[in-house]
Design a protein around this ligand. Structure first.
Ligand code: ZN
Length: 58
């Protein structure tokens, strides 16, 4: 019986799953952190207002 491991939810705007080394939460540009665009949940961040992006960079 397959038991799916609890894995962090990701969204289209995420560059990596939460907890990935070298990444961190950033304010979603699509909704500016409100989680709402045009009175609908933001599709980029899933309505959370934050996305996971790489930090530090090259
Ligand atoms: Zn958003």
């Amino acid at each position: 019986m397959d038991t799916e491991p609890a894995r962090p939810e990701t969204h289209p705007g995420d560059q990596a799953p939460p907890g990935t080394p070298g990444t961190g939460e950033n304010t979603c540009r699509a909704c500016k952190g409100t989680g709402v665009v045009d009175d609908k949940p933001c599709s980029e961040c899933g309505g959370t207002g934050v996305v996971i992006e790489g930090i530090g960079g090259a």
